[in-house]
Design a protein around this ligand. Structure first.
Ligand SMILES: *Cc1c(COP(=O)(O)O)cnc(C)c1O
Length: 361
């Protein structure tokens, strides 16, 4: 079966690299949404807590509830909570991000019905990504709402649209200035509120904007969206699968669905137990994706199936049961991303829960 080896020592190394770029007082919010970027959320979250992470963050309430069910009791921020889940969120002591007047009213309503005093929430401002968040025009309204003292604002934050772009980058600078304006507006009223703007690449590119906290996702898992930054980090996951079967096919034989590959010579074809349902998408078929068997780079041939892929091993001395490596600590995932026309974020989060995770210290 396909296996993802997860090395916690590498995760701790990455956390150390991020910490080395921060002031001692800057808090780290560990982003573990989407199954900790496809890695396996429970062991990752437990390890982050052991390492003294200040906060965890997920995207949706269901992800926070899963963490609570696994016994994780640290503060958990929910980035994109939906109204229908507010009651469940309260029940599990999850802290919502409120990003619009509608979410504000709906959440207030829920809190008042349950008569909970001063429930912790986070406020998101849109400063240029134009995806989600309050705007500058909402500031006075928000201040007025806050003075009713029903909710406790733990943090106020925004999110950069292109934190990895080479500096100077005007749109990012504008976002930074915009956020400083927001901070200066709220700070005198709420001096204990945590202000934060940076994601992983932001920490590498704009350390001067770290303020009270940073939100680190992809960096924990070993990537930072630029080669020189990647080199400081270690991908925590290694994906590999043992060869299920090797076929000898004649010249002219076809391999896989819809005759995706035709043998131009007598060939040896290895089948691996991983497919598009596991996150190896069809864009990696037809010779594009490549795996490493005994140190040799070999092409995935034909069309990627749901549960299996085939590799041309004619030039490789290998046997059934031998291991094929998809990616490892050397950032090979960047090459997969390039071939697939995507980014490590997508490839990691697509890794299916049905792949076995093996945790290493
Ligand atoms: C996912 C997410 C992050 C983490 O970003 P990385 O680039 O993975 O470090 C930070 N903030 C918000 C709001 C997010 O949605």
């Amino acid at each position: 079966m396909a296996i993802i080896d997860l090395y916690l020592s590498r995760l701790n190394h990455n956390l150390g690299v991020i910490r080395s770029k921060l002031q001692p007082k800057t808090k780290i919010i560990g982003v573990v949404k989407a199954n900790a970027y496809g890695q396996g959320v429970v062991p990752i979250a437990q390890n982050l807590i052991e390492q003294g992470i200040d906060y965890l963050a997920v995207a949706y309430a269901s992800e926070g509830i899963a963490l609570r069910s696994a016994g994780i009791d640290c503060p958990i921020m929910v980035f994109y909570p939906q109204k229908e889940t507010f009651a469940a969120l309260l029940q599990h002591c999850l802290e919502p991000v409120l990003y619009s007047r509608q979410t504000w009213f709906a959440f207030m309503d829920c809190v008042e019905r349950q008569r909970i005093p001063k429930y912790p929430v986070h406020i998101k401002f849109n400063t240029g990504l134009n995806r989600i968040g309050f705007s500058w025009e909402d500031r006075e309204w928000l201040l007025e709402q806050l003075q009713h003292n029903k909710l406790q604002v733990e943090s106020i934050y925004s999110h950069l649209a292109a934190s990895e772009e080479v500096r100077p980058h005007i749109p990012t600078e504008k976002q930074g200035e915009y956020f400083q304006k927001i901070r200066s507006f709220f700070l005198p009223h709420y001096p204990n509120t945590v202000f934060h703007l940076l994601n992983t690449s932001g920490v590498f590119n704009y350390p001067e904007w770290q303020w009270d906290a940073v939100r680190i996702g992809i960096g924990l898992y070993g990537f930072a969206n630029r080669k020189s930054w990647d080199q400081q980090l270690k991908p925590i996951a290694r994906l590999h699968a043992p060869i299920s079967q090797i076929h000898s096919v004649d010249k002219g034989a076809y391999v896989g669905y819809n005759q995706g590959w035709k043998a131009s010579r007598p060939s040896q074809i290895a089948t691996l137990p991983i497919g598009h349902a596991d996150g190896i998408g069809r864009e990696f078929g037809l010779g594009k994706g490549r795996v490493i068997i005994h140190g040799q780079l070999l092409p995935i041939i034909g069309n990627v199936c749901m549960d299996l892929v085939m590799v041309d091993v004619t030039d490789c001395n290998c046997a059934e049961g031998d291991s094929a490596i998809f990616f490892d600590a050397d950032h090979t995932l960047n090459e997969w991303a390039e071939v697939g026309g995507t980014i490590p974020y997508e490839l990691l989060t697509r890794l299916s829960p049905r792949i076995t995770r093996v945790i290493h210290p």
